[in-house]
Design a protein around this ligand. Structure first.
Ligand code: IMP
Length: 825
């Protein structure tokens, strides 16, 4: 190519001027989409601008990957079953700092960027916090120029689309990729076989050692890679998110085909490809389904084969493996990586057991994300034996070695050995995946200080006794690029105009805002932006749901998965109490409130789905009652997602973080809302405690039982009825729900909720109700004093530095992965 042509191409694909971006856009509209001005759809316009942005990443991406090889650096591989990446175009324009130029380029051609952006399809490859955390981590890793690669599954159907019909959640499938995804690059050359079934045969090596072989396994599944670039903010690093898709090895099974059973042969192929078809829509619930186990193994096996392939390019032996490779297990979902790495090292690479085990433990780190018993993965031995017989055998062997060591180190302590065994004997012989992950990793961490303490002192106490040096805490974080700069541009600009833009990569800089909390003019600007955001959300709510909300009311926001432990019920009971107060004619002086909910319930979680219906039923009554007027509104925004969160969070006044103390591992919604100036009403749970320490006790509304109180109530025989009998407000609210006041068409509809509260009330809603209502009174009082409220709002944002995912990633890099930033000349 001559110099001039190259220079032109170079400009078209690399330069960030409005002119070059315009050329690039026009090029892709014509030559990639094959469209002209007459035929271009909104989607064509979106794809063309997406390709123009992607072009700007390609050289950086290639050079980043080359530098990792050239410098032979240690890399971290993040194994996660879930990612919630959000809207790619807007994020990447921010990372590359080309939003204004693109806006200008499109405007000159008669297009509005905001309209085109609305075509961004959000891949919903996750359920909630865990998947979004994985994506915030990817953003921080790249921004810090750390050599990393994320691995996951390219589900064809992501998290279901939630529709509300007559107040009930219904689910429809989310075929997010049906129009193609300009951000992913298929890599058909990168295919790894993944085997299932078969049996293990034993023979002897020439030295008399037992040798095992996995034979007769079905090898009709291939994992094919799709790569998505992950740029850092304002830097040269572009890492990779590699997602695996299941492909059948054979187009059709000719045995059936030849005997005329064409449809059977097609269906066998489809069965194989089902592995990556759908995300299990359960947050914190383990369903123990065979297909889920297949998914877990499929993605772990493909990822480890890929990691070993890459390592072997430059390393002739495995001596340096754990010096060059760190693998993080995002919860237990990828913990089959432990026996799979052992299998690959022993059966394929012919290493001894001892050497393979040392490498395995040094390579893996494990993050626990929950203490909910129903989320603790356990796989029945019979299922494992049937699907992955060699892995079961390796797990047994790992367990034998481990228990032998325990018996030697703690002689006579059979109880300890029973407690920590990877194999659970009753009620069903099963493999405890968390035990496997702890034993197979050199580090195990929780995701907030309290959570880690609970792991050490309760959930994994016996392990802490054995491996005290392996346990550590890494409090979660969020990326300020998305959760302030992108989602709240007006506030971000105000902050930058005062303290400069360093906060975007060093969130502690926000502390410089602390003195401004006492500056009336600054408070005024801050309040104006909050009001603008509230007006935007109010417009959206009106458009979407036909509910007109009072922008002067407290925007009281609870946005998260619907789960009993997160206690949306506590919130809605408080709404009923306020409603009754207004109906009793005691609404004078009441501070108006708009109570906003958003979140999905797992499709099989009936109680959570009934809570959604209750929110809607109470909302219907309250929102249509002329006695209530503007004083109280209940809004449920359907189909919660990353982009919905971006819309709601900047407008929130109050952040509801009201889980039963001890049950929420960390939470990250609490961080996002506080960063955007919402005040938290919360229990001393998860990261709320650390948020309180950072923002100061006087700037947060803490109420209710603490972890020890909850434990004591359980030990003493908790009687929820005592609280019901004592508190007339609570009694009346529950009676209304029980008697069908909110569901006249089906008066018994909410009995399961009332019965659960009055009989067991596992999550102590009844015990915390009074304290919650009192705390809400304080909230209202303080909201009525704008000077005080906005001072606190500013202090919340200003003190959120600790909760940047950059800090979290730096801690993992130092304490677990031992990786360093990679600089390029
Ligand atoms: P992978 O690591 O094989 O998945 O390749 C990812 C990218 O790394 C490739 O597309 C190349 O840009 C780069 N790369 C692969 N092998 C080498 C090498 O040996 N030296 C330098 N760069 C490499």
């Amino acid at each position: 190519m001559d110099k001039k042509t190259w220079a032109n191409l170079h400009q078209c694909f690399r330069e960030n001027s409005a002119e070059a971006l315009q050329q690039s856009f026009q090029f892709h509209l014509r030559y990639t989409q094959a469209k002209d001005e007459y035929s271009a759809t909104a989607h064509d316009l979106y794809n063309s601008i997406a390709y123009a942005v992607r072009d700007r990443l390609v050289d950086k991406w290639t050079e980043t990957q080359e530098s990792y090889y050239d410098q032979d650096v240690k890399r971290v591989y993040f194994l996660s079953m879930e990612y919630l990446v959000g809207r790619t175009l807007s994020n990447y324009m921010i990372d590359l700092e080309i939003r204004p130029e693109i806006k200008q380029a499109l405007k000159a051609l008669g297009h509005e960027l905001e309209e085109i952006e609305d075509n961004d399809v959000e891949p919903g490859l996750g359920n909630g916090g865990l998947g979004r955390l994985a994506t915030c981590f990817q953003n921080s890793l790249a921004t810090l120029s750390l050599p990393a690669c994320g691995y996951g599954i390219r589900y064809e159907f992501g998290i279901f689309y939630q529709k509300i019909r007559n107040g009930f959640q219904t689910e429809t499938s989310d075929n997010w990729n049906r129009r193609g995804n300009p951000w992913e690059i298929p890599r058909p050359e990168l295919m790894f076989p993944v085997k299932f079934f078969g049996k293990v045969v034993e023979s002897k090596s020439p030295t008399g050692q037992p040798v095992y072989e996995w034979v007769d396994a079905r090898d009709d599944v291939m994992a094919m890679a799709y790569d998505i670039p992950v740029p850092g903010y304002k830097c040269e690093t572009v890492n990779t998110l590699r997602l695996w898709s299941a492909k059948s090895t054979r187009e059709l099974d000719f045995e059936f085909f030849n005997t005329g059973d064409y449809l059977r042969s097609v269906s066998l192929k489809a069965d194989t490809e089902n592995i990556s078809k759908v995300l299990y829509p359960n947050d914190n619930i383990d369903q123990g389904k065979e297909l889920r186990l297949k998914q877990e193994y499929f993605f772990v096996s493909a990822s480890l084969q890929d990691i070993i392939r890459r390592y072997k390019k430059n390393h002739p032996t495995f001596d340096q493996f754990s010096e060059k490779v760190a693998v993080q297990l995002n919860d237990t979902h990828p913990s089959l990586a432990v026996p799979e790495l052992m299998r690959l090292l022993i059966d394929v690479e012919k290493l001894s057991w001892e050497r393979a085990w040392k490498i395995t433990v040094e390579t893996f780190g494990f993050t626990n994300h929950t203490i909910l018993p129903e989320a603790m993965e356990k796989w029945p031995v019979h299922l494992m034996e049937y699907l992955l017989p060699r892995h079961l055998q390796i797990i047994y062997q790992i367990n034998d070695h481990f228990l032998k060591q325990i018996r030697a180190d703690f002689p006579g302590n059979d109880e300890l050995a029973r407690q920590v065994s990877i194999v659970q004997e009753t009620p069903e012989r099963s493999i405890r995946m968390a035990h496997l992950a702890i034993v197979g990793s050199h580090k195990t961490n929780g995701v907030a200080r309290l959570h880690t303490e609970i792991l050490k002192n309760r959930v994994f106490k016996p392990f802490y006794q054995i491996f005290s040096d392996r346990f550590h805490n890494k409090t979660n974080g969020i990326t300020p690029r998305l959760w302030l700069k992108t989602c709240n541009p007006e506030l971000a600009e105000l902050i930058t105009s005062i303290i400069g833009d360093q906060w975007i990569t060093q969130l502690d800089e926000l502390k410089k805002l602390v003195p401004l909390a006492d500056d009336a003019a600054f408070r005024e600007q801050w309040a104006t932006i909050k009001m603008n955001n509230k007006k935007n959300l109010a417009k959206y709510i009106d458009c979407l749901l036909g509910i007109s909300v009072n922008v002067d009311s407290i925007f009281d926001v609870q946005i998260k998965r619907i789960h009993e432990y997160k206690r949306q019920l506590l919130n809605i009971l408080h709404v009923v109490a306020l409603y009754n107060r207004i109906k009793d004619g005691k609404g004078d002086g009441l501070v108006p409130r708009t109570v906003i909910f958003s979140g999905k319930a797992a499709p099989g979680y009936h109680q959570a789905k009934l809570i959604i219906k209750l929110i809607h039923s109470v909302g219907d009554k309250v929102n249509h009652d002329p006695d209530v007027g503007d004083l109280l509104k209940v809004v449920f925004i359907p189909n919660y997602s990353v982009s919905k969160a971006e819309k709601i969070i900047p407008s929130a006044d109050l952040s509801e973080q009201i889980s039963t103390a001890g049950w929420e591992a960390s939470g990250t919604g609490n961080m996002k809302l506080a960063l955007n100036g919402a005040l938290t009403i919360g229990t001393l749970d998860g990261a709320n405690i650390e948020i309180m320490e950072e923002v100061g006790k006087e700037n947060i509304f803490i109420f209710g039982l603490e972890v020890e109180d909850v434990q004591k109530l359980d030990q003493d025989g908790y009687q929820p009825r005592d609280f019901y009998d004592k508190n007339q407000t609570l009694k009346r609210a529950l009676e209304m729900i029980r008697s069908g006041h909110f569901s006249p068409e089906d008066p018994a509809l909410f009995h399961p909720i009332v019965n659960a509260l009055l009989s067991g009330d596992t999550f102590k809603v009844m015990a915390d109700f009074e304290a919650y209502c009192q705390c809400q009174e304080n909230v209202a009082k303080e909201y009525a004093d704008p000077k005080l409220w906005f001072k606190k709002s500013i202090l919340n944002s200003a003190n959120m530095g600790k909760f940047s995912s950059d800090r979290t990633i730096q801690e993992y890099s130092r304490d677990v992965w031992n990786i360093q930033p990679v600089r390029r000349s």
